[in-house]
Design a protein around this ligand. Structure first.
Ligand code: HH2
Length: 262
């Protein structure tokens, strides 16, 4: 599978000011167009932050944020749309509006999510995490992080298959209930996930595990660190990378993929 770039489109108030609905929609569409121009293959649209410590938003509010964006993009572009949500109701509405992939950071822990995906013949990204974004920072005890994450993904993938889902993508969940060291270990050993037999996605973009290394304190200073993580992840088998800086990450991913297949 050639490497694919999933561009992050966050429709959250901290990303796109609070200047009213039209502004929010226009800002999101502009960002979407920018990501498409930069070479994104998939846009991952999310209306709820999953940053460490972030609280949840209501279903109504999440729908209000993401649905107009999905509808508008479906009309103006053929790019594949992914809905980044933990809520089956939001996924259901997004798929009806034109999305074809569910990115669930809770790894289909709610069986209703698998049912929604199967009903719509949608693909799923199953990500590993523990707890919720609010609680996950305290849930980083593992005996063997690679083996435990891998076992979880295998179980969830089998459940997804049994639920009738055909397209399954697995993600170790960089930064989700992982210390910085554990995130680095997962990237170093990503090759061990290949025998699960599913495409692997990674989301290292601008994340805090990069921060203590080489003075990458602020998210906007983490591009080069992100590129290193993208390249290593692709070399070790990732076929989709979820990133903010699409143009730069695309080039790094393509070179890493060429080295992988050389
Ligand atoms: N990371 C974030 C959100 N969704 N989905 C997958 N599959 N993998 C990830 O690593 C992943 C994800 C968090 O990143 P970001 O979008 O920058 O932040 P926020 O959730 O606050 O919007």
């Amino acid at each position: 599978m050639p490497v694919q770039i999933m561009g992050v489109l966050n429709v959250t108030p901290d990303s796109f000011s609070d200047g009213g609905r039209f502004f929010q929609l226009e800002a999101a569409l502009q960002q979407a167009r920018h990501l498409i121009e930069e070479g994104a293959d998939i846009l991952d649209i999310g209306g709820e932050s999953t940053r460490p410590g972030a609280g949840s938003v209501s279903t109504t509010e999440e729908l209000r944020r993401v649905l107009p964006v999905i509808e508008a993009l479906g009309h103006e572009s053929a790019i594949r749309l992914s809905i980044d949500t933990r809520k089956p109701e939001v996924a259901d509405a997004a798929l009806r509006a034109g999305a074809t992939l569910i990115n669930d950071v809770t790894g289909l822990s709610d069986p209703a999510m698998a049912a929604v995906a199967a009903r719509h013949h949608a693909g799923v990204v199953i990500m590993h995490m523990r707890g919720t974004p609010e609680t996950m920072r305290g849930l980083t005890e593992y005996t063997d992080v690679v083996a435990e994450v891998k076992a979880y993904l295998a179980t969830q993938a089998a459940a997804a298959r049994a639920a009738g889902i055909d397209e399954i993508i697995l993600d170790p969940g960089i930064g989700f209930a992982k210390t910085a060291a554990q995130s680095l270990t997962l990237l170093r050993h990503l090759g061990k996930f290949q025998d699960l037999g599913y495409p692997i996605l990674i989301g290292p973009s601008r994340k805090s595990f990069l921060s203590s290394i080489a003075g990458l304190e602020r998210p906007e200073d983490r591009l080069e660190g992100t590129l290193a993580a993208v390249a290593i992840g692709v070399l070790h088998g990732a076929s989709i990378v979820r990133v903010h800086d699409v143009a730069a990450c695309r080039k790094a991913a393509l070179v890493a993929a060429a080295i992988r297949s050389s």
